[in-house]
Design a protein. Structure first.
Ligand SMILES: Nc1ncnc2c1ncn2[C@@H]1O[C@H](COP(=O)(O)OP(=O)(O)O)[C@@H](O)[C@H]1O
Ligand SMILES: [Mg+2]
Length: 162
């Protein structure tokens, strides 16, 4: 059993600190070969979650939004697996993801916007969906409103390729 098995299901995460803490808890339990797919709108907290995850895993930061780089590798500071943090937003297809030749068995892989592409990388992965409360869509919200501490829901589920 891993932390993720215990955390499967839906959680309300009220602050960005709590989001980092969730990432830390999960990251401290991940091993090489683990793949996590993060889904959720801009500002939902995908990168914030990954920042905590990197800390828990013990890899070198800083974790930033990988907007201009498709994949960034964070080496381990504790002799463990590196973190490969990917942003699939700009990838046209799963085939392009495959072309990046990520060492999945030797890394922990976190892919923002990767849903529908993970099948190329692994037989099984964790599907993590981050949402804003119903009625508070990102459209029309200013950056301040987007960043202000506000509850998100995080739903964690195991997924397997068919
Ligand atoms: N409950 C919360 N969980 C996560 N982030 C939050 C929360 N409340 C406010 N925030 C803020 O929202 C922003 C989320 O940004 P980021 O993690 O880059 O999102 P994404 O990668 O999904 O686009 C950050 O500025 C963070 O501080
Ligand atoms: Mg991001």
């Amino acid at each position: 059993m891993t932390a993720l098995d215990d955390l499967a299901g839906r959680h309300e995460i009220r602050t960005s600190e709590a989001m980092e803490e969730l990432g830390r808890r999960i990251g401290s339990d991940l091993v090489a070969g683990d793949v996590l797919i993060l889904t959720g709108p801009l500002g939902a907290g995908k990168t914030t979650f990954t920042r905590g995850l990197a800390e828990g895993l013990g890899v070198r930061g800083p974790v930033q939004s990988p907007t201009f780089v498709i994949a960034r590798t964070h080496p381990s500071l504790v002799g463990g697996a590196p973190l490969v943090h990917m942003d699939a937003y700009r990838l046209g297809s799963a085939a392009e993801l495959d072309d990046l030749d990520v060492d999945v068995p030797g890394s922990v892989v976190v892919i923002e916007w990767g849903r529908g592409m993970a099948e190329e990388l692994a037989d099984a992965w964790w599907d993590i969906e981050l949402e804003r409360p119903v009625g508070a869509g990102t459209d029309g919200l200013s950056p301040e409103e987007l960043d202000a501490d506000a509850p998100r829901t995080v739903t964690i589920a195991r997924a397997t390729a068919r």
